[in-house]
Design a protein around this ligand. Sequence first.
Ligand code: 5AD
Ligand code: SF4
Length: 474
Amino acid sequence: MKEVISMLLPSYSEARKRTKSNSIKEFYEMNPLFSKIGNGRKYYIKTYGCQMNEHDTENIKAILDDLGFVECNDYLNADLVLLNTCSIRENAHNKAFGMLGRLKHVKQLNKSLIVGLCGCMAQEEVVVEEIMKKYKWVDFVFGTHNIHRLPYILNDLLVSGKQKIEVYSKEGNIVEGMPVKRENKYKAYVNIMYGCDKFCTYCIVPYTRGKQRSRCKDDIINEIIDLLENGYQEVTLLGQNVNAYGKDFSFSYNLENLLEDVAKTGIPRIRFMTSHPWDFTDGMINVIKKYDNIMPSIHLPVQSGSSKILKLMGRRYTKEDYLILFNKLKCIPNVSISTDIIVGFPSETDDDFNETLNLVDYCKFDNAFTFIFSPRVGTPAAKLKDITSLEEKERRLHILNEKVNTYFLENNKKMIGKKLKVLVDGVSDKENMLYGYTETNKLINFIGNLNLIGKIVEVEVTDAKTWSLDGKIV
Ligand code: 5AD
Ligand code: SF4
């Protein structure tokens, strides 16, 4: 059994609270005395979940490098394994706990292996309780609000050899200047805000990521200018609900203004995600239309086609509201619209589900991520009576998936013969082929020279599949 050095634990009731106070900015600082604590030890990070987590991993890797750790790509060879976890649905939990199970065996063979857990699961009371009860051999846990504390956490752990759990229940300051080790040389994630105040009844994010805090315009723009100077072609502005950007400022500056300012930097491609229909304004739509470097590709989760279910979900719009916005967005030339849909929400009837299918028939989404409702402890929807069997929910998901897939293919087929601008990402799994993404975020494979990687080229679409296109360089 491992002794515990110190504990700071998450609390749902604290995480739920929202205060009016403005976010405070602080700057990341690392004590230079820590720069060698890694001592060449190899680290491996397994990342689960969304782009926000992927980007957090880019910060964590840079911090570990600065501490003298060295990245490796196989957890079996690593001296330190960190799981950056996701709690959005039960299966994300299960995957992380499954990996912990495997790591327990590895640690039995290699006693000096250091195992850590961070990310959204670390913000959950139930998870940390379980780690403390059943996974005492896990060496350290930290949350989404204190990534900047990693040098201190690891130093304490290495000096004492005792378990270290440090999770803030509530969001802290916005930390600027954290180092970042980006995965891609041409496409970058840029956080524009943290947290979410929407509290959709099924969603754990407002608890695990805290209150909405927008980053200052100047910090965002300076980061993008720096990326541009370093050859980056594309930025994705990240937030749980980017359309609410700036609502926490005491002055008037919103996503419409930010998109325009980012567009003016001249970065060739700008994407943003995720949007909530509630906060999408006409001004934002006009800015997207106005600037060629704002990609006409919008992720607009609908969640359900039934207004009754949307109300229970706390989404703050009806099916009709969604469709009005959808039709406005469709006026953006060549736009592609993708969505998220949950089936089997408590009390969803066949009629409700059919409304979702009808909405899909109307919208013919370019892409859709579909899920079965997963009750998350601490959220209001987890307490709703749910009589639909899992079998029935799986049936609904299957029918929905068949339908969305037919539209992916139908939309892709319309692209055949078109010449599209493609940012070349790398070498495709298909032999001798490159792959990249169109402005509307469609994956395309084509034959081309390796020196095209990182460039924007014109490709003619020659064939269409459900999830990708084939093409040839023009
Ligand atoms: N169960 C199922 N799906 C969920 N999502 C969020 N929370 C849940 C949940 N409890 C889905 C939503 C969201 C996407 C990121 O994950 O569709 O848009
Ligand atoms: Fe979750 Fe998105 Fe709703 Fe926020 S807006 S509560 S992140 S589903």
